[in-house]
Design a protein around this ligand. Structure first.
Ligand code: KIV
Length: 272
């Protein structure tokens, strides 16, 4: 399994490129807190994304829009503290980089200074390329994000597959090349046709990380609560449940309640 099984060395932006060249797939997952991130890091995950999906998963919001920069820094700091190996990426939340290049650079610097993550992620292509260049010029690794960019859900009118039409697919390919030429260290492709994701992955040097983008990207990312079966109502075609954590937690909490009610917990050995 390459890096996963043999190497405990810290994964960097450079490692991600080397993995693409070596054709070793990058396994990325989201996390938002210390305890969960520590489990994933010790299991050998290559990269952890502190996604703004924290807005949905941690705060119960319908979209990623409400989460603030301070809240993202809080989550990112907890995750970064837990990781000795995984490459940790923090999403820049909605509103923290769209207004101006200067504000985007300032907020990216805040994330790096206050959280200790390895890179920031921004959604968009040509519209934000100056800001991406400014952040890179400040010495901060940047991950791009194209296709279904959830911060634009109201513009798209939903969470459907993007770039099915030629014009949008052409723009996506151009944006991917722009971001690649600017020097992004990876590019997330969300909910786009497999053939388009394969073409982008072939045409750029930066590793692509897909979610709902087929198997030809250089890596995959999933939201951990979905991948591990903590959520069941959200079941898009691209999602696979790799565990049934909600079942396991329900069984555990039911047993705990029962033991408390029956007064079998705590027993003599569990008392001082
Ligand atoms: O916020 C997030 O979790 C993401 C992934 C879905 C790519 O951006």
């Amino acid at each position: 399994m390459g890096y996963l099984s043999t190497d405990r060395k810290k994964i960097t932006a450079k490692t991600l490129r080397e993995m693409k060249v070596a054709k070793e797939k990058i396994a990325q997952i989201t996390a938002y807190d210390f305890t969960t991130a520590k489990i994933f890091d010790e299991a050998g995950i290559d990269s952890i994304l502190v996604g703004d999906s924290a807005s949905n998963v941690m705060c119960g919001n319908d979209t990623t829009l409400p989460i603030s920069l301070d809240e993202m820094i809080y989550h990112a700091k907890s995750v970064a503290k837990a990781c000795s190996r995984a490459f940790v990426v923090c999403d820049m939340p909605f509103g923290s980089y769209q207004v101006s290049r200067e504000e985007g650079v300032r907020n990216a610097i805040r994330i790096m200074k206050e959280s200790g993550v390895d890179a920031v992620k921004l959604e968009g292509g040509s519209e934000i390329i100056d800001t991406v260049k400014g952040i890179l010029a400040a010495g901060i690794p940047v991950v791009g994000h194209l296709g279904l960019t959830p911060q634009s859900v109201h513009k798209f009118g939903g969470y459907g597959v993007r770039a099915k039409e030629e014009a949008e697919a052409d723009k996506l390919l151009k944006d991917a090349k722009l971001l690649n030429d600017a020097g992004v260290c990876a590019l997330v492709l969300e909910k786009v046709p497999r053939s388009l994701a394969a073409e982008v992955s072939k045409q750029i040097e930066a590793p692509t990380i897909g979610i709902g983008a087929g198997c030809d990207t250089d890596g995959q990312v999933l939201v951990y609560a979905d991948a591990l079966g903590m959520t069941h109502e959200f079941k898009p075609k691209f999602l696979r449940h790799f565990a049934n954590v909600s079942k396991c937690m329900t069984a555990g909490i039911t047993d705990y309640m029962k033991c408390v009610k029956e007064q079998t917990f705590p027993n003599a050995d569990e008392s001082y």
